[in-house]
Design a protein around this ligand. Structure first.
Ligand code: ADP
Ligand code: ASP
Ligand code: MG
Length: 472
C-alpha cells in the first residue's frame, strides 16, 4: 500500500449533487491504495465570483442584490446537504454552519457599503467564505458516506504574508503547523478535508493565494507533509493540447513534463494554477491531473523528462494556449539609445503599479521596449511611465509611450522545440496562412515555448491554426 496522497477537487467537482457523489466514491476508492489521504476543496463553482461581485457592489454602496446572493448560496449548498447527508443531526449542523457563513457575507458587505470601499484584506475575508462553506459540506458528505473525515480550515496551518489576494506562504511555519494539525488526524485514520485557496497571516487575518489558488494549496500541503503524490481532480480528462472550449478536437496528453506544464500554466491554461508546480517539483512529489466526471481515465501524469526528444507522434508542438485581455505597451524614441538604465526605470515604473509583465520583447535597435500587461493595468502603467520619463519625453529622447487595443498572447509549448530547428518557421507560416496578424513575438528563456501576440479578434483563429500543428 502506498503512503500519502493529497487530492484536490475543483469548483465543478464539488459543484453539484452528482459531482459530490463522485467525489465521495473517488475518495472511497483511493482508500484501497493509500493509507493516508488529505482532501483539499475549492468553493462550489460560481461561489467565489458571486462573493467577490457582492463585495464589489457593496463598495459602490449597492446592497440591494444581497438577498439574491444569500438565496443563491443557500440554493447551491442546502439541496446538496439534503440529498447527501442522511444523518439528520449532521445535516442540520452543517446547514446551520453554512448559514452562519452566508449571514457573515451579508454583515461584511453591509460594513463595506458603509465604508464605501473594500480593502484587499476585506475582499479576502469575503472570498474565503466559499471554501469555508464547501469544506463543511464536503466533510459531512464524506462522513455520511461512511468514510471517517474531518473538515478543517487551512487558515489554521497555511501561514502567509499579508499580501492580500495573492499571499505567499511561509513554508517553514506552514510545515510545522500543517504537520501538527493534519498528522494526528491521519494517525487516527481520519481523512482531513481542508479548504483550498485560503490561509492566514501570523496574526490570524485571512488571506487568499490568488484566483484559482486551490491547486497551489494542494501543492503546498503535499510538499510540507510531505505526500507521495498530489492529484488535481477537475472537469476535463487532464492537460489537453489546448483549451477544449476553443478547439473541441483538443486531446488529452497522457504525459507532460514539468517544464511544459509550467509554461502552459503561466501562459493561460487554466487547468493548473502556475504556482502549483514548483513546490511539488522541489519536493519530488508525483503530480497527476484527472477528471472527477471520468475517474476511470488515467488523466495526465507529470514527468521529469520527455522521451525521444519530447516528440509526440513526431510532432514537437505539444500544446497551445492563450491569455486574453492584454495590451502591448511600447516605449519608443531614437534618443533612448543613449539614456542609461531605460529598461530598469521602465520596469521599475511598471512594478510601482503592482503589475506583472507576462511577456517582453525588445527590438534589437534598442530604440523601443515593448511588453504586455493586463488590460485593466494598462492605463496606470502608461501613466507611471509618462511620469518616470517626463524629462526624456520633454527632451524628445523618448518620442512616445503608447498602447495597443486588446490583444492576446498565444503560446506554443513543447520540450522537443529545443532540439528541432525550424519550429518558429512552422509556427509563423501556419499563422500567416490563417491570416492572423502577429504583433510581437518572444521565445521563452527555457526554449520550451514560443509566444506571440495577436489582435484580440484573431485569438481563436490563431489557436485553431496552431493546434493543427499538433493534430494534422
Ligand atoms: P477547477 O475548478 O477544477 O480548478 P478550472 O476551471 O480552474 O477547474 O480549470 C479547468 C478548465 O481549464 C477546463 O474546463 C478547461 O476549459 C480549461 N483549460 C484551459 N486550457 C486547458 C488545457 N490545455 N487543458 C485542459 N483544460 C484547459
Ligand atoms: N475558489 C477559488 C477561485 O475561484 C479558488 C479555486 O477555485 O481554485 O478562485
Ligand atoms: Mg482551477
Amino acid at each position: 500500500m502506498q503512503k500519502m496522497l493529497v487530492m484536490k477537487f475543483g469548483g465543478t467537482s464539488v459543484g453539484t449533487i452528482d459531482a459530490l457523489k463522485s467525489v465521495a466514491e473517488i475518495i472511497q476508492d483511493a482508500k484501497k491504495d493509500w493509507s493516508r489521504i488529505v482532501i483539499v476543496t475549492s468553493a462550489m463553482s460560481g461561489v467565489t465570483n458571486l462573493l467577490l461581485d457582492s463585495a464589489a457592489a457593496a463598495s459602490q454602496g449597492k446592497v440591494d442584490s444581497l438577498p439574491a446572493a444569500e438565496s443563491t448560496l443557500r440554493e447551491k449548498h442546502f439541496p446538496a446537504a439534503d440529498a447527501l447527508i442522511k444523518d439528520e443531526t449532521l445535516r442540520e449542523q452543517t446547514k446551520a454552519e453554512i448559514d452562519t457563513l452566508i449571514l457573515s457575507l451579508v454583515d461584511l458587505c453591509k460594513a463595506i457599503a458603509v465604508l464605501g470601499e473594500a480593502s484587499p484584506r476585506a475582499m479576502d475575508t469575503v472570498a474565503s467564505l466559499g471554501e469555508r462553506m464547501s469544506v463543511r459540506l464536503l466533510g459531512a458528505v464524506v462522513n455520511d458516506a461512511g468514510i471517517k473525515a474531518q473538515a478543517i480550515e487551512s487558515t489554521g496551518f497555511i501561514v502567509t504574508n499579508a499580501h492580500y489576494q495573492n499571499a505567499h506562504p511561509d513554508f517553514k511555519v506552514t510545515t510545522e503547523k500543517t504537520r501538527a494539525e493534519l498528522n494526528p488526524l491521519m494517525d487516527q485514520g481520519i481523512i482531513p478535508v481542508t479548504t483550498g485557496f485560503i490561509g492566514a497571516t501570523p496574526e490570524g487575518a485571512i488571506t487568499t493565494l490568488g484566483r484559482g489558488g486551490s491547486d497551489y494549496s494542494a501543492a503546498i500541503i503535499g510538499a510540507v507533509l510531505p505526500a507521495d503524490e498530489v492529484w488535481i481532480w477537475t472537469d476535463v480528462d487532464g492537460v489537453m493540447t489546448t483549451d477544449p472550449r476553443i478547439v473541441k478536437e483538443a486531446k488529452t496528453l497522457p504525459e507532460i513534463t514539468y517544464s511544459e506544464i509550467a509554461e502552459l500554466a503561466y501562459y493561460g491554461a487554466k487547468v493548473l494554477h502556475p504556482k502549483t508546480i514548483r513546490p511539488v517539483v522541489d519536493a519530488g512529489i508525483g503530480l497527476r491531473i484527472c477528471n472527477t466526471f471520468n475517474p476511470a481515465n488515467p488523466g495526465t501524469r507529470l514527468i521529469a523528462n520527455a522521451k525521444v526528444n519530447g516528440k509526440v507522434n513526431g510532432k514537437v508542438v505539444k500544446a497551445v494556449t492563450a491569455i486574453r485581455n492584454q495590451r502591448l505597451v511600447t516605449i519608443e524614441g531614437r534618443g533612448m539609445l543613449g539614456v542609461p538604465g531605460v529598461a530598469a526605470r521602465a520596469f521599475g515604473a511598471v512594478a510601482s503599479t503592482k503589475t506583472s509583465v507576462p511577456l517582453i520583447t525588445q527590438a534589437s535597435s534598442e530604440q523601443s521596449i515593448c511588453f504586455a500587461v493586463p488590460t485593466e493595468s494598462a492605463q496606470p502603467v502608461i501613466d507611471a511611465l509618462q511620469s518616470v520619463f517626463s524629462r526624456e519625453i520633454e527632451d524628445q529622447d523618448i518620442d512616445r509611450v503608447w498602447m495597443t487595443e486588446d490583444v492576446s498572447i498565444i503560446t506554443v509549448v513543447g520540450v522537443g522545440m529545443r532540439h528541432t530547428p525550424g519550429v518558429a518557421g512552422q509556427v509563423f507560416s501556419q499563422l500567416g496562412n490563417s491570416k492572423a496578424n502577429v504583433l510581437a513575438i518572444a521565445q521563452g528563456s527555457s526554449e520550451v515555448s514560443i509566444s506571440l501576440v495577436v489582435d484580440a479578434a484573431d485569438t481563436e483563429t490563431a489557436v485553431k491554426a496552431l493546434h493543427e500543428l499538433i493534430v494534422q
